[in-house]
Design a protein around this ligand. Sequence first.
Ligand code: KMH
Ligand code: ZN
Length: 297
Amino acid sequence: MTNHAPTSRPAADQAARPNASAPHGTLITVAPTGAESAKSDVPTLPVTVDELVTTAKECQAAGAAVVHVHIRDDQAQPTLDLARLTDTVAALREGTDLIVQLSTGGAVTDGFASRLAVLDAAPDACSLTCGTVNFGDDVFSNPWLFIRDLYARTKELGVVPEFELFDLGHVATLHRLLGDLGPPHGGHVHCDLVMGVPGGMPGNAATLVQAVSALPAGATWSATGIGRTTLPVMLAALSAGGHLRVGMEDTVSFARGRPVTSNAELVERAAALAGLAQRPPMRPDEARALLGVSGRR
Ligand code: KMH
Ligand code: ZN
């Protein structure tokens, strides 16, 4: 006899489970600083180690599980200084439980050797951008051989990469990378769709759905919308079962004409929306299990 059970579930039960395959919690990453905004233009931007740790604590309390880190020098300029990166990783570990993800993208002016050397600061995780993209008036350069070297080094050093995808072509490169070198350290593929960069894929629901449908089977993903695409991308990501990245790296406006006052308020808004979607923020230990980030070194 045919089993009709899956189609005979009461309508009310189905309504309560709008997307049964969606994950139960929402991984929230905060990207508090970035390399693009000047402290003089955005006085609330965290640029010192103390400011970064204070922000990270507030964001953890608001629901973040991962911190995506760019650092600044004493003049608040972007730097990839290894000693400073190493100290920053230690300070964030001391002050928070967050997964510490260092940026290997740096600033558009950073060279490949210093971007590769970021991994020597021994973070839990790192960003790994899967292709070159026009970046406003600049170019964010990620040629194939650099991507390969960086990925190989993450595997050697046991750093969990997050694959940053600024464009649909980057998804094709991700497939090529995994096909050539195999799965990442930790065994799980997690991607971040970075949408709305002038030169990359637009930040809208249709593009998000297209990009997600092209991801490798079993991959999880977050999304972030740059600037005014922050809210549409966040809402689309939640509705499509994705995770979220927010922070002052990606937007310095909270609403039209209202500057962001702190990273924590961006995390609070993301956490509230995730709660409304019945997928409340994941704790850092839950995020570690999801991403395959092992215990702290
Ligand atoms: N600052 C951008 C040029 C990353 O962190 O990996 C690159 C970026 C990506 O922010
Ligand atoms: Zn970044």
